[in-house]
Design a protein around this ligand. Structure first.
Ligand SMILES: [Zn+2]
Length: 47
């Protein structure tokens, strides 16, 4: 299983994670969104 993180605002997968505080902050390189909430979905690996 691969966890795919994407931006809740624009849906881009260009997400950076910054550790800090209790949960850390995610930052979207595409639209500039930053926050602790992102879209995370588990995608089965296809062989
Ligand atoms: Zn975004």
């Amino acid at each position: 299983m691969v966890s795919k993180k994407s931006c809740p605002k624009c849906g881009s997968g260009a997400i950076d994670f910054y550790a800090g505080g209790l949960t850390g902050i995610y930052h979207c390189k595409n639209c500039g969104y930053s926050g602790a909430i992102i879209v995370e979905e588990d995608t089965p690996i296809k062989k």
